[in-house]
Design a protein around this ligand. Structure first.
Ligand code: SF4
Ligand code: SF4
Length: 333
């Protein structure tokens, strides 16, 4: 009897993770594939694609399952996933995460929003959308989000069970970090129990977009002699919000002595100082450029910057812009 609920013309059940470095997507993909191999006897493959292997840079992981008598002969990235997992909601605004999705794709997003709200953010016409507040669960349990996401996948996929995910965690995480195992097992169960999966109603304003492989804007045919870096880390257009893992610095103006230590340690230059009557005053943080490292919180001698859970704050309203609208427009030219 077939184990997999649905397969493509090559006999494959495919999963794609859209994530950023530091959230554990690569390891989660490997553990998921290993669970399929070890507990279900499936043929599996798992690999990831990432750039400079640093926290905050985009990561994609691809997992394929096939029945025991079906070899996996496709080794390219997953284009039309059965399950798509978005590890950080902010990725949706900066990356085309839903390319290749169809009405048969189950889309799981790490978010507090409802599936209906996510449908409008993802611009998906119909299908199954699920949300799980993996960041909130992870912060409470003091674990990474990847186990919680695997618990959610077990519920959405059906053929992989909670016991399979627990088993692979016991084997891999239990051997390396035994102290973290219990908290992870509890968090995996929360991921399974709290997944909010819904079939959303048709919205004709939206359409599925086919998968296209993005060609780099500059290559050997049009590269400027000597080379340039077209998108360096701190341009005014850069949005680092997807690099945060759930925490932000929160500014308390009444405690600030304007010592500027926070500005010295912030490598992304997102602390905003403005001059008033010949003196510089700390005004706040431009969260567009803030990757949530919290170095500014650690250095502040007066607790004028404290750490806060991002989802409990209105980051947009708290943002103090570093650049004016005209500066931003100038940089786009
Ligand atoms: S380090 Fe703290 S006290 Fe000093 S300027 Fe920054 S927020 Fe204010
Ligand atoms: S957390 Fe603080 S130091 Fe880190 S990027 Fe944000 S503002 Fe800068």
């Amino acid at each position: 009897m077939a184990i997999l609920p649905k397969t493509d013309k090559y006999g494959l059940y495919e999963i794609r993770f859209e994530s950023i470095g530091g959230l554990g997507a690569n390891l989660a993909g490997k553990m998921l594939a290993e669970a399929g191999l070890k507990y279900l006897g499936l043929n599996v493959s798992s690999f990831s694609s990432y750039g400079s292997e640093k926290k905050g840079s985009p990561v994609k992981s691809f997992i394929r399952f096939a029945e025991p008598n079906t070899p996996i002969k496709v080794n390219s990235p997953v284009e039309t996933p059965n399950i798509l997992v978005v590890f950080h909601e902010n990725l949706i605004k900066s990356m085309p995460v839903t390319l290749g999705c169809t009405e048969d794709t189950v889309i799981i997003v790490n978010s507090r929003k409802s599936p209906e709200e996510l449908q409008d953010i993802l611009k998906i016409p119909k299908g199954k959308i699920a949300s799980i507040d993996a960041t909130g669960i992870a912060l409470e349990a003091k674990v990474k989000i990847n186990g919680i996401i695997l618990g959610a996948i077990a519920k959405a996929a059906g053929f992989i069970t909670l016991e399979h995910i627990n088993g692979i965690f016991e084997e891999i995480i239990g051997a390396k970090y035994p102290d973290l195992l219990k908290a992870n097992i509890n968090a995996i169960k929360k991921g399974y129990d709290e997944l909010n999966l819904k079939e959303v109603a048709l919205k004709k304003d939206y359409a599925f977009k086919p998968f296209v492989k993005a060609d780099p804007a500059l290559g050997y045919t049009n590269q400027i002699p000597g080379g340039i870096v077209p998108n360096p880390g701190n341009t005014v257009n850069k949005d680092l919000s997807a690099g945060r893992s759930g925490m932000i610095p929160v500014f308390h103006k009444d405690k600030c002595i304007n010592c500027a230590l926070c500005d010295v340690v912030c490598s992304d230059l997102c602390i905003v100082f403005k001059e008033e009557n010949g003196q510089m005053f700390m005004k706040g943080v431009d969260y567009q450029f803030c990757k949530g490292c919290l170095k500014c919180v650690v250095i502040c001698p007066k607790q004028a910057l404290t750490e806060g859970v991002e989802t409990e704050h209105d980051v947009k309203a708290m943002t103090v812009k570093l650049f004016s609208e005209s500066d931003m427009a100038q940089n786009h030219k």
